[in-house]
Design a protein around this ligand. Structure first.
Ligand SMILES: [Zn+2]
Length: 154
């Protein structure tokens, strides 16, 4: 089995296929069979999402190393945040979004919410919640993360 250039270990493969061997479609074991299939499905989903993540560069919290954003999700590298240069991402993960407030930024007034690492609560940057200028609407829902708060991982 191969995915994104990474091999699954033998134990992972046997762990996944074990429920299939013990699963038969007799009436008394159908409940158990359903349970095993559910377990198999969960394992597969976990492994596939892991495989999707592995091999793709991402950024993690500089403080606790929790993954914060995928390098693939960078929309712009020309941002400045509270502490210095920052990137705008289409999405962020493992973050907590704070209270929405109106803020005057370089490109106008926006409703923004500060964003914190969900693990160590370090402030990371902000999320654009609403843009008042129609020309700035494309920023809504995007995340600006300060480069001094993240490290790139491969
Ligand atoms: Zn953190």
């Amino acid at each position: 089995m191969q995915s994104n250039g990474r091999f699954f270990s033998k134990s992972q493969v046997s762990q996944l296929s074990a429920p299939l061997k013990t699963c038969s479609f007799t009436s008394d074991s159908s409940a158990r069979c359903f349970f095993f299939l559910l377990l198999l499905h969960r394992n597969l989903v976990a492994l596939l999402s892991m495989a999707e993540f592995v091999g793709r560069p991402f950024f993690s919290c500089r403080n606790c190393r929790k993954p914060v954003a995928l390098a693939d999700d960078i929309l712009s590298r020309k941002f400045r945040a509270k502490w210095g240069p920052a990137y705008m991402f289409t999405n962020a993960m493992n973050v907590v979004v704070g209270r929405t407030q109106e803020r005057q930024l370089m490109t106008g007034v926006f409703a923004v919410a500060d964003v914190y690492c969900s693990n160590c609560h370090e402030e990371m940057g902000w999320k654009y919640v609403r843009a008042h200028d129609p020309k700035q609407k494309h920023k809504e829902g995007r995340f600006v993360i300060d480069l001094s708060k993240i490290v790139k991982e491969y």
